[in-house]
Structure formats: structure tokens, C-alpha cells
Design a protein around this ligand. Structure first.
Ligand code: DAH
Length: 490
């Protein structure tokens, strides 16, 4: 039977199948749907395309191990294997390796994401979160596609293991007292994320450069403190909230735009401080320090701890806990005595409270010897199989170190240029294959024009990258930087 070819073309960032009989928009193109879409016809995909597969991709030969599939005119192999696999799976796909035609050599980059994700039983559709035409929205597909992943809920993932050890600490110290939440939606109002916890109206964290806005009133939470107000209004006085948090940020081994935090909160009544013979603030501060020192020892063994003064908009006094670990003082968490205003505004007036917030990746990197934050997102069994539920002592053994590739890009910046925006462009193109973006040179000429030179390090955690691939990424970074960031390439 003759194979009908399907060709693909790019319309803004949507991918359409232009086969007469069928039209599929990119929202259908989750890894699974791609092949459904191709079922009736032979598949052809644009050359040089990056397709973000969700980790539960079962249709491709990689069994979900690789989240980014890359192919080009010269290396179309991966998708061929996917199609073969699909045939083996008994579907009616008529595509055969020989029928795949690489149809659109436009060298345009496409990224596709699942059309919906689920958090805590609630479905969140892509259209609710990513609005390319809306200037008050800055959430890219790469972020949306990770919203439902909830790494902290996997009991054998380093983040899940750590979360559960912390839960155990609280359960043993305060049996039955702390309520635990780990699937609250990360979509929150700016009131919850900022106002409820007294973040000043001119604080940098409110900027579009630092936070992912869905619209001018709604954001992807940038910290789990975003839930303090609602929890108190709902009447909870002892709670732990864990979840994914989102920040536009630089790219290096310890920064990733999504990471995980745990928030702790405990309210004290006048009865409790009178019984202790202390004032409310002193009781909260003492109890906070005791609890968290105990937690640090539970996680790190019998380490030396120290407290330093700090600043957070929601606590006063505010502290940071540090431990002496591997010959260095390491910051473990931020905490403090909650400001009265938060309690009063949220139905808990006349009481005191402590609160803390800790970064799960930061601690897990130290506890499990994980050298790069991107590894947490890997579905490569060489990573995932190294960890076991309930076991905190395991040290990650790097399976191999693949070579990095450095590419520099220089341009004249405009006033609106920010490094976070550049990082977003680079991630949008190379995904987790970018390891670092660092400013290596900067100068202003006599005309007052400022030039920046950034070094981009590409490196996969899982395989060697080819020259073709990297050149393709870099060419796209240059093109997109010029287009989206309003810079002049040098
Ligand atoms: N929300 C803070 C952050 O993301 C962490 C934090 C600090 C939370 C102190 C707290 C706290 O509850 O009391 O950096």
C-alpha cells in the first residue's frame, strides 16, 4: 500500500499536521498522542526538532528514559525506533522506517508539551497556564510540562526520600500533631504568594524577571510560604507543606527553574507560653531552634550547628540554621518567629508561631552526593535505580561523565536585557542539555553600547552530544536571542 506522507509546518509555536484529512494541533502532541496522530498515515517530522517527551512516554524505544528526543536530517534514528516500537506494541500504525520522510528542513525548533497535567486530582490544562499571546504571561512550555511531575511524591526519589524522613522526624517528635500537604496546586494568586506573607510591593521577587506569571493576578508559586495564609484561614495551626516552586533564574549546577521546598508552621496559644513560664515569642523561638537542630542531626548525624540572624518579610526575628559539614558551614534552612500581622490577618490573633522553609534539592544534593540539580529530573534508570525508599544514607555514584561543549555568544544588549531572559531562551532550545550559562566578558564602548559575552556549557547527563546537535542548538540560541531579547549579535 502506498504510504501517505504527512508534512508538518510551524505556525507560531503550534505544530500542525497539514495532511488534508487530519489536523492535529501541538496540544495533542504529547509523546503518546504524536503516534496516535501518526496512526493513519506515515509519519514525517520536521528536521531538527526537539520534542519534549513526558517521562511516562511509553511509545518510544527509550521507554521514557530520555525526555528530549532530538533528531535531524542526519540523525533521524530515534524516531524510527519509536515507530517500530509502536508497531510492535500492536497498534495500527502503518508507518515503517522506510516511509519516514524528513520533510521540513526549515531548521525551526519546535517543542511540544502534554496538553494537560494533574495535581492533587485537579486537571490543569496547558491553555490555562501558557498564553503565548498574553503579555502578562511568561510561562513557557518547558515549565508547564513539569508541573505535574511532583518528584517529591515519589518515595524512591531522593526528594521523596528526604521529604519522608522529615515527616518522620515531626511524627516522632509530635505524634499526630502536624498536618501534611504535598499536592496543593502550585498556581496561586499574587495575594497568596506575596501579600499574605508581607512581601513588600517593590520587592524584586515580584518582578516578571524573577517570577512566572500566568496573568497579572496569578503566578506559579515561588515559595511554599505562599500557603501560609490560606492554611491559617482554614484553621490549621501545625502544618508541613511540600511542593514544587518556580523561579526564573540563572543556569548552573545548583539552579533550576523548578525546585522543591518544605514549609513548616506551628502556632502557640497563650496557655502554652504561660505554662512554660515564658513570653510567646521566646517560647516560639526556643521551640523552633530545638526542633530544627533535632532535624539537622537526624539528617546529617551528630554535626555542629549554629544560628545566624537573617531577614525574611514574614518573620521577626529571622534566622538561618547552618551545620558544619565536610569542613564547611552549610546553610540548611531559613526560619523565624512569624510576624503578628500574619496571624491577626488570618484568624489567629493573640497567638504566636514559628515558621521555616527549606529547599529539598539543596539538602538532597549534599545528603546523596548529587552533583548537578538536573539529575533530579532524570528518568535514566542509571540514576533512578540507585535510590531506595526510606534510605537516606545512599551516595550517588556518577555513571559516567560525558564531555561538556562550550559555545560563546556575544551581543550588544538593550536596556531591557536580563540574564534570566537569556537563560529562558537557552532552556527553551536545549532543555536539560544546558549545564551552565555564565557571563565571561562585558564592556561598554565609547558610544555607550554595552556588550555581553556568555559562555554556554552544553552537556548531557546521559550521553555524548554530537557536534551537529550542539551547532543546531547554538544556531537557534543566536536566532532566538536576537528575535526575543532584542539584542544585536556580534
Ligand atoms: N520562603 C523562604 C524562601 O523561599 C524560605 C523561608 C524562610 C520560609 C523563613 C519560612 C521562613 O517560613 O520562616 O526563601
Amino acid at each position: 500500500m502506498a504510504m501517505a506522507y504527512t508534512s508538518w509546518s510551524l505556525l507560531s509555536t503550534r505544530l500542525f499536521c497539514t495532511n488534508k484529512a487530519k489536523r492535529y494541533s501541538s496540544s495533542l502532541l504529547s509523546s503518546t498522542d504524536l503516534f496516535c496522530a501518526n496512526k493513519a498515515t506515515a509519519a514525517a517530522a520536521p528536521a531538527a526538532t526537539v520534542l519534549y517527551c513526558s517521562s511516562n512516554c511509553f511509545c518510544c524505544a527509550c521507554n521514557g528514559r530520555r525526555r528530549d528526543l532530538w533528531w535531524s536530517w542526519s540523525s533521524g534514528k530515534h524516531i524510527l525506533r519509536c515507530l517500530k516500537q509502536l508497531q510492535r506494541n500492536g497498534t495500527k500504525a502503518r508507518a515503517r522506517a522506510s516511509s519516514v520522510r524528513w520533510d521540513n528542513p526549515s531548521k525551526r525548533l519546535l517543542s511540544t508539551a502534554a496538553s494537560a497535567v494533574e495535581v492533587g486530582g485537579v486537571t490543569i490544562s496547558r491553555d490555562e497556564v501558557v498564553k503565548e499571546e498574553d503579555p502578562t504571561n511568561n510561562v513557557p512550555d518547558t515549565i508547564f510540562s513539569k508541573i505535574g511531575m511532583q518528584l517529591h511524591k515519589r518515595p524512591d526519589h531522593p526528594l521523596g526520600i528526604l521529604k519522608n524522613v522529615i515527616y518522620n522526624h515531626f511524627d516522632e517528635r509530635y505524634p499526630g500533631l502536624f498536618h501534611k500537604f504535598d499536592d496543593l496546586s502550585p498556581i496561586v494568586s499574587i495575594k497568596e504568594n506575596f501579600d499574605d506573607v508581607l512581601v513588600p510591593s517593590d520587592h524584586v521577587s515580584r518582578s516578571y524577571n524573577d517570577t512566572y506569571y500566568i496573568n497579572s493576578e496569578t503566578v506559579l508559586r515561588c515559595h511554599t510560604s505562599a500557603h501560609q495564609g490560606q492554611m491559617l484561614r482554614d484553621g490549621y495551626t501545625h502544618f508541613l507543606v511540600s511542593g514544587d516552586v518556580y523561579r526564573r533564574d540563572a543556569i548552573d549546577a545548583t539552579h533550576y527553574p523548578i525546585f522543591h521546598q518544605m514549609e513548616g508552621f506551628r502556632v502557640f496559644t497563650p496557655n502554652e507560653w504561660e505554662k512554660a513560664g515564658l513570653d510567646g515569642t521566646t517560647l516560639a523561638a526556643n521551640e523552633l531552634k530545638e526542633t530544627l537542630e533535632g532535624l539537622a542531626k537526624r539528617l546529617f548525624g551528630n554535626v555542629e550547628t549554629r544560628w545566624t540572624d537573617s531577614y525574611f518579610p514574614f518573620t521577626d526575628p529571622s534566622y538561618e540554621l547552618e551545620i558544619f559539614f565536610k569542613e564547611k558551614w552549610l546553610e540548611v534552612l531559613g526560619c523565624g518567629v512569624t510576624k503578628q500581622e500574619i496571624l491577626t490577618d488570618n484568624g489567629q490573633g493573640g497567638k504566636t508561631a514559628w515558621a521555616f522553609g527549606l529547599g529539598l534539592e539543596r539538602l538532597a544534593m549534599v545528603l546523596f552526593d548529587i552533583p548537578d540539580i538536573r539529575l533530579f529530573w532524570s528518568s535514566d534508570p542509571r540514576f533512578t535505580a540507585q535510590f531506595t525508599a526510606g534510605q537516606l544514607g545512599i551516595k550517588f555514584k556518577p555513571f559516567s561523565k560525558f564531555p561538556p561543549c562550550y559555545k560563546d555568544i556575544s551581543f550588544w544588549i538593550s536596556d531591557a536585557f536580563t540574564e534570566n531572559n537569556l537563560c529562558e531562551v537557552v532552556r527553551g532550545i536545549a532543555g536539560d542539555l544546558v549545564e551552565e550559562v555564565s557571563l565571561i566578558d562585558k564592556f561598554t564602548n565609547k558610544k555607550g553600547m554595552t556588550s555581553h559575552c556568555y559562555r554556554i556549557t552544553y552537556r548531557s547527563m546521559e550521553r555524548s552530544l554530537t557536534d551537529d546537535e550542539i551547532n543546531f542548538f547554538q544556531a537557534n540560541v543566536r536566532e532566538e536571542a536576537q528575535k526575543k531579547l532584542n539584542v544585536i549579535l556580534r
